[in-house]
Design a protein around this ligand. Structure first.
Ligand SMILES: Cc1cc2nc3c(=O)[nH]c(=O)nc-3n(C[C@H](O)[C@H](O)[C@H](O)COP(=O)(O)OP(=O)(O)OC[C@H]3O[C@@H](n4cnc5c(N)ncnc54)[C@H](O)[C@@H]3O)c2cc1C
Ligand code: SF4
Length: 324
């Protein structure tokens, strides 16, 4: 590991000031379960000059219901979200996603803010010692296009015109399905607009911007949400594909639906065609199956990941059926 300056920020203002001072050359650390591994492995050509610890800021760890919303502080640990009775009962997609993330140890360290701000997964990108200076690192090519791409995007490249990496967060699709908002020290952004496909970034955050909380509207009467995940191992494994659905049913018919896949594209993939396919219908095996098929219309799998299309279909179907 290379040398860097470490600062314990006591307030949000102090953290923002430090980020400004280092002008894009500092990184925020929360639980550190993603960032520290990346730094140890030296996967990037650039290295943060400073790491600003935000866990020392009081008041960013909470779960509370207020003003018709569930409000969750960015530093709230995934384990606390997974076990919170209110989240479990009324925001089930999120509690399930938190519970299915990594292992107990990682959930005890990892925060919700860190989970949605984590970096992409691609084994070329994450190879220690920056062995593959790919497109996303400012290089000239994407190694996944010709190399082993069994865990890469099935919906084409990002605006980088070729980066086939996927966004691995388990909580992100739940937040999109629940129509959450991400609050930062500067603004409030809808969850589905928070994720980005730009060069070397996964979110719209500016270098001096910090996520402070997540707000989720109280679900209306008749609403249910669910999260499903397909991974190779039951414990400690990133998703091959995951999916969250938030569905409202009135008189046995679906009146609103939000369905979001993840790990299939460079950012969470809202399955709008699946939503349209289920609206106005009762949730049955057949209608959920049709929604699953609609979700993958336009999929462009690579040489090694055609199998993910079928899994995505099934994840959409199961998440919808779980809302019945
Ligand atoms: C073995 C292993 C298994 C894992 N399995 C899963 C899994 O199954 N599913 C899954 O979703 N994730 C998984 N992860 C990824 C990661 O550990 C979790 O996503 C965790 O929630 C990250 O949170 P953190 O607080 O530790 O983030 P950190 O490592 O502290 O930060 C991650 C990134 O977010 C930024 N950041 C953190 N907080 C903020 C904030 N408030 N505002 C702005 N930027 C911020 C940091 O600068 C950094 O770039 C796994 C990690 C490991 C090591
Ligand atoms: S998929 Fe993206 S991160 Fe992976 S090698 Fe290609 S450009 Fe790099």
């Amino acid at each position: 590991m290379r040398k860097f300056t470490h600062a314990n920020a006591k307030t949000l203002d102090e953290a923002v000031l430090l980020l400004k001072r280092y002008g894009g050359k500092a990184a925020v650390v929360a639980g550190g379960t993603d960032l520290i591994g990346k730094m140890k492995d030296e996967i990037l050509p650039s290295y943060p000059e400073a790491v600003i610890n935000i866990k020392t800021i009081h008041g960013l760890e909470f779960i509370t219901e207020k003003e018709g919303e569930l409000q969750i502080g960015a530093l709230t640990r995934l384990e606390d979200i997974a076990t919170n009775p209110v989240v479990k009962e009324r925001f089930h997609a999120l509690s399930e996603a938190a519970e299915r993330t990594a292992s107990t140890h990682l959930r005890e360290m990892g925060t919700l803010g860190g989970n949605i701000c984590q970096d992409i997964r691609c084994w070329f990108y994450r190879n220690p010692g920056n062995r593959f200076p790919c497109l996303r690192k400012g290089g000239g090519r994407c190694y996944a296009l010709e190399g082993d791409n069994r865990y890469h995007s099935i919906f084409g490249g990002s605006v980088l015109e070729g980066c086939m990496a996927v966004h691995p967060s388990d909580t992100a699709p739940s937040l999109v399905a629940l129509d959450a908002k991400v609050v930062t020290n500067r603004r409030t952004v809808r969850a589905e607009e928070f994720f980005d496909v730009g060069v070397c970034r996964t979110t719209v955050l500016e270098p001096d911007e910090i996520v402070t909380e997540i707000r989720i509207p109280e679900p209306p009467e008749g609403a249910k949400s669910a999260f499903v995940k397909f991974a190779l191992r039951e414990s400690i494994d990133f998703p091959i594909v995951n999916c969250a659905a938030g569905i409202t049913v009135e008189d046995k018919k679906v009146t609103s639906a939000r369905v979001c896949l993840n790990a299939v594209w460079v950012k969470p993939y809202r399955a709008v065609k699946a939503e349209k396919a289920i609206i106005g219908k009762a949730i049955t095996e057949e209608t959920a199956e049709a929604a699953g098929a609609a979700a993958v219309i336009g999929a462009k799998p690579l040489r090694d990941n055609g199998y993910m299309v079928q899994i995505a279909k099934t994840m959409v179907k199961r998440s919808i059926l779980a809302c019945a």
